[in-house]
Unconditional design. Structure first.
Length: 84
């Protein structure tokens, strides 16, 4: 999934539905989530912050940007790290 946001924007909120390899929604009940983002080709994280379980049964997790997340122009790789 590609997502585009302009430098210094903090909207829209990133809201995604997590699915397993078979396409089934992942139940996030009792899980915690962390949003991680780094510049493409680098190992140092730009962002590593708590994400919000938006709808546990529906597999939805969200991340609300802060100014430091989008202050740098470039391409980034991001993921939600889920711990059960």
């Amino acid at each position: 999934m590609a997502f585009y946001i302009k430098q210094n924007d903090t909207a829209p909120i990133l809201l995604v539905t997590l699915k397993d390899g078979d396409g089934a929604v992942v139940d996030l009940t009792a899980a915690t989530a962390v949003f991680k983002m780094r510049p493409v080709g680098q190992t140092t994280m730009k962002t590593s912050a708590a994400a919000i379980i938006h709808n546990a049964d529906g597999g939805q997790v969200r991340y609300e940007w802060v100014a430091a997340d989008t202050d740098t122009i470039g391409s980034f790789e991001a993921e939600f790290q889920i711990t059960f």
